[in-house]
Design a binder for this molecule. Structure first.
Ligand SMILES: [Zn+2]
Length: 267
C-alpha cells in the first residue's frame, strides 16, 4: 500500500503542478488535488486513477471551448477560473473517501463493488457538472430554472438547458466507460452507472442551486454574483437563498447524492 501511495502522490503532484502553472488551481487547490489523487490511487490503483484523469483532462479541454463567451459570463457571476482547496474537495472529496476506504479496509467482493460504484457516481457527478457548466453556456437558447421552469439568463445557478443535460449524462457516461474498460465484461454496466448517477447528481445540484444557494447582488456594478464579495472588491448584498449555502456546499451534496446512486447501482 505504501508503494501505491508513493506512486499516487507522484502522479498527482505532476498533474497538480501542471494545473497550478496553467492557473487552474490555487496553491491550496494543488495540495488538495494531490491528497485526492493519492488517496484514489492508493485505493484503486491505475484503474481508479484513470477515471480521475478523465475528469481532469476533459474539464481542462472544455474550459478552452468558447472562451470569449464564457469569459463574459464569468465577469457577470464572478465564478473564478482558479480552483481553491474547498472547490477541489467539494468535487473530489467523496471520490477520495471511497478510495481511502478501499485502501484502509482492503475491501473485496460486494463491499468493494459498492465503494467502486460510489466512486464512479461521485466522479461522474463532478464530471457531468463541469461539462454542463462549460458546454451549457454555449447553448443559443437561454436555460430554464428548475423552479417554475421559467427561462433565466445563462450562467444562473440551478438553471438547466437541454444541451447541459446531454453534457451531464455524456460526461458521467465517459467516466463510467473508462472505468469499465478495465472490466470489459461489465463495460456497459459501468457506462450506465456513470451516466445515471451523473445525471442524478446533476439534478440534485440544479435543484439545490435554484432553491437554496445564496444569491448576492453588487450594487456598485448592478450585477448579480455568487459570493459575498464581488470581484470588483465591493461587498455584495445578500438577496436570496441561504446565506451560508454556497456553490461548494451544493457541489458536495450533489457528489454525495451521485455516490449514493452509484453505490446502489454498483452493488
Ligand atoms: Zn461589483
Amino acid at each position: 500500500m505504501l508503494g501505491r501511495l508513493a506512486v499516487g502522490i507522484l502522479l498527482s503532484a505532476l498533474i497538480a503542478g501542471y494545473a497550478r502553472r496553467r492557473g487552474s488551481l490555487s496553491g491550496s487547490g494543488a495540495v488538495a488535488s494531490v491528497v485526492v489523487g493519492a488517496t484514489i490511487y492508493s485505493g484503486g490503483g491505475l484503474r481508479w486513477f484513470s477515471a480521475l484523469f478523465v475528469f481532469f483532462v476533459t474539464s481542462t479541454l472544455l474550459g478552452r471551448v468558447g472562451r470569449g463567451r464564457k469569459e463574459a459570463l464569468r465577469r457577470e457571476y464572478s465564478k473564478g477560473d482558479t480552483r481553491d482547496a474547498w472547490q477541489v474537495l467539494a468535487n473530489g472529496g467523496v471520490a477520495s473517501l471511497c478510495g481511502l476506504a478501499v485502501a484502509l479496509l482492503g475491501a473485496g467482493g460486494s463491499a468493494e463493488a459498492c465503494l467502486a460504484g460510489g466512486f464512479v457516481g461521485a466522479l461522474a457527478t463532478a464530471t457531468g457538472d463541469t461539462w454542463a457548466t462549460e458546454i451549457g453556456p454555449l447553448s443559443r437558447r437561454s436555460p430554464r430554472s428548475l423552479v417554475g421552469l421559467r427561462r433565466v439568463p445563462a450562467g444562473t445557478s440551478g438553471a438547466v438547458s437541454g444541451l447541459g443535460l446531454v453534457a451531464t449524462a455524456a460526461g458521467g457516461g465517459l467516466v463510467g466507460l473508462v472505468f469499465g474498460l478495465w472490466e470489459p465484461s461489465r463495460l456497459l454496466v459501468w457506462v450506465a452507472i456513470g451516466g445515471l448517477s451523473g445525471a442524478a447528481g446533476a439534478l440534485v445540484d440544479s435543484l439545490l442551486g435554484a432553491r437554496l444557494q445564496a444569491r448576492f447582488f453588487c450594487d456598485r456594478c448592478a450585477r448579480r454574483c455568487e459570493g459575498a464579495v464581488h470581484h470588483c472588491g465591493a461587498t455584495a448584498r445578500h438577496c436570496g437563498g441561504l446565506r451560508w449555502f454556497g456553490n461548494d456546499t451544493v457541489n458536495l451534496i450533489a457528489t454525495i447524492s451521485g455516490a449514493l446512486v452509484g453505490a446502489f447501482l454498483g452493488r
